[in-house]
Design a protein around this ligand. Sequence first.
Ligand code: PEP
Ligand code: MG
Length: 547
Amino acid sequence: MKEVKKIRGVGVTSLKVGARLHFIKKEKSSIGDKDKPSSPERELERFGKAKSRATDQLIDLEERTRRVIGKDEAEIFEIHRMLLDDEDLNQAILEKIDKGSSCEGAIEYACLEYSNMLKSLDDPYLSERASDILDIKEQLLSSLDEKEKKDVKIDTSPYILVAVDLTPTETARLEKDKILGFVTFGGSSSSHSAILARAMGIPALVGTGAIDKVYDGAYALLDASDGTLIINPTNEEKDRFLEQRDKEERIAREHERYLRSIMNKPAVTRSGYKIMIYANIESSREISGAISNGAEGIGLLRSEMLYMSKKSLPTEEELFLSYKEIAEKMEGRRVIIRTLDIGADKQAPYFNIPKEENPALGLRGVRVCLRDKEMFKSQLRAILRASYYGRVSVMIPMIVSVSEIRECKALINDAMRELRERKESFDEKIEIGIMIETPASAIMSEELAKEVDFFSVGTNDLSQYTLATDRQNPSVSHICEENAEPVLRLIKMATDAIHKRGGWIGVCGEMAADLSLTQSLAKIGVDELSVSVPYLLGIRGKVSECI
Ligand code: PEP
Ligand code: MG
């Protein structure tokens, strides 16, 4: 009788699978004795060839990922291609070769230095890029061997793959029909590999710590919903697990069928209260998914994502074209464009926001826009111009006072005047709203309601500021989960205030997608719930179950 071994990790999807474990040992490219340069000219030539081979492989991977997984996931490899062309990185490699290093050594050390530098910048976006650089390093080193990198392929029946870690490249290369799930010793639920696993619908367990290689080939039950791996289960455990899995899959299929059947019906509670179901998006790429999952509008376009993907400020024309595309694709449904909410956890270096002790309490959102008024007006003009092509609303984040919104409205008027002078068309009656995401804005909601057409509650920040819990800090996240009531009371205050003035209110933070709070939000009387695309169907179904 083999010993049962239970391992815990972070589950990435809520799926279950039972299969044999297959450990893969990755052939890490090592520079070893290859670090003997021939001549700088020869090494430069080798680098050029490796780079072009790596680029071809990335184009292939991007294409394959787009076909098999999805457009958003394919973008990871587009970013890798951009990083492969990064001037600073290329310069550093060339300099090392010039100074006599081999191609292998130059790639290894330049990538490591670059990755460490990005990590030290203390910016979540750039830290992610640091691990992408390491992925590129492996790609370049393996391309030097003049061999096509092989897919992770093992000739056995389907299995659960076990690896120390998987880079996005390796994850995208997994043969989905052979790999029923994967387990990695490292990684977190927000790593790129985890995101890909989720999109591919593969159960995965990450961050398990090292698992003894003696279990290679052993049968195991992977439960990504509760984050466990049971190796060598007893027959009873196995039967119970597989029975439970079949039952859950049946229920999920039936529920999905039911949700699809009500997708195009209004979301109405049993007592007849109608709630609009909108989508939160970051770019036009998410629109088709939003529409095919029944979104009646876009409740939050996080406009800062376009700024963050650029090396310098986007022009009014670039912004306009991107907003116009979204407005047109939504075909007359409402599109709420939130003005730039840069700062705190969302940074772009060219904004020159000084390093702050408490960034969440510092220069962010409307505060940055009111500091850089010309930059703000360029975005306002782009939004106004897009309003000619659909039903666009403008929404200002991080408001704490009446004077701030008045200042914003004055700038909207200036932007309108400038457009009239340029003979550009726009919606003269564009709806103006604010985010309720500071306790001050909820407390002042009676006064603020006189200034705007609508409110949208950003519960992620409203919870952070109300409960004094840093939304980036996992060790206090339970405080938010356990204390919805103070936040619900602030939402009620804002709802009553805006309704009294004839306006409307939505909720676009993560609370809107929390099915355990839908009843409370319906009872408060919110008019709209805006959630990310995967939650659209579920939230519509939940509203129809509410009283
Ligand atoms: C919020 O704070 O709830 C919100 C929707 O805005 P973000 O998550 O972009 O800060
Ligand atoms: Mg917010």
